[in-house]
Design a protein around this ligand. Structure first.
Ligand SMILES: C[S@@+](CC[C@H](N)C(=O)[O-])C[C@H]1O[C@@H](n2cnc3c(N)ncnc32)[C@H](O)[C@@H]1O
Length: 209
């Protein structure tokens, strides 16, 4: 499948209208590794959760999951996956920049998860600024995304460099967080859209109080 330029909600709707799950049904490997940082029955916000593979998996681990994505097609698939797995996920079909201004976004959150959430720099800053004060003292931020080095690998992700993450961008966009950042190359096999050796950034963060 060709790499995603990362468009608006309608563009994503079209992409998700394939009968298969674009990123598969298994959770992201880094999320599985990092979930140990969350308390039991945590209140977890999953940003840009797409077809719900991550939110549904977290709900299956006993967490209270709020899942946000602006693609109506993806959210419908996420609900179907949750039903299939017999778990409860609170889904919101909304544009993230607008949703973070609503009461539903207030939390407080034990965890905020952002897996391959390719947002424009201004929106990323807005999200980091809005959510940091709404994270509990020992809560955890979990991010995995592509770095600009992914552009030459072509195994998934957007072609627009501004949507990719660097160490400095994460530091600037989450200024209130103590961050543990790993830049890595790893094999990512997630559905049809993420296939092969990939240049990723993996982040764990906790609010600096
Ligand atoms: C690469 S997909 C990743 C989906 C999911 N996190 C996963 O790993 O399976 C990026 C997702 O971000 C969503 N998205 C992009 N921009 C958004 C925005 N401004 N507000 C809400 N969702 C957005 C898209 O609809 C898409 O589902």
């Amino acid at each position: 499948m060709s790499p995603a330029p990362s468009g608006g909600a309608e563009w994503w709707d079209e992409r998700y209208s394939h009968p298969n799950l674009l990123y598969g049904f298994r959770p992201n490997n880094f999320l599985v590794e990092a979930e140990v940082m969350l308390p039991r029955a945590a209140r977890v916000l999953v940003l840009c959760d797409g077809e719900g593979r991550n939110g549904v998996w977290l709900a299956g681990q006993g967490h209270h999951v709020v899942s946000v994505d602006f693609s109506a097609v993806a959210v419908q698939k996420a609900r179907a996956l949750a039903d299939q797995r017999g778990v409860n996920v609170e889904t919101h079909c909304a544009e993230l920049g607008e949703w973070i201004g609503t009461p539903a976004a207030e939390g407080p959150w034990d965890g905020v998860v952002s897996i391959f959430c390719h947002l424009a720099p201004e929106l990323r800053r807005q999200v980091g600024e809005a959510l940091t004060p709404r994270m509990k003292d020992r809560s955890t931020l979990i991010i995995e995304s592509y770095t600009p080095a992914q552009l030459s690998l072509g195994t998934g992700g957007p072609r627009n460099e501004a949507l990719l993450l660097t160490r400095q961008r994460v530091i600037d966009e989450w200024p209130g967080m103590a961050l543990d950042i790993r830049i890595a190359e790893r094999r990512v096999f997630e559905g049809m859209a993420h296939q092969g050796l990939s240049a990723v950034i993996q982040v764990l963060g906790q609010p600096r109080r």
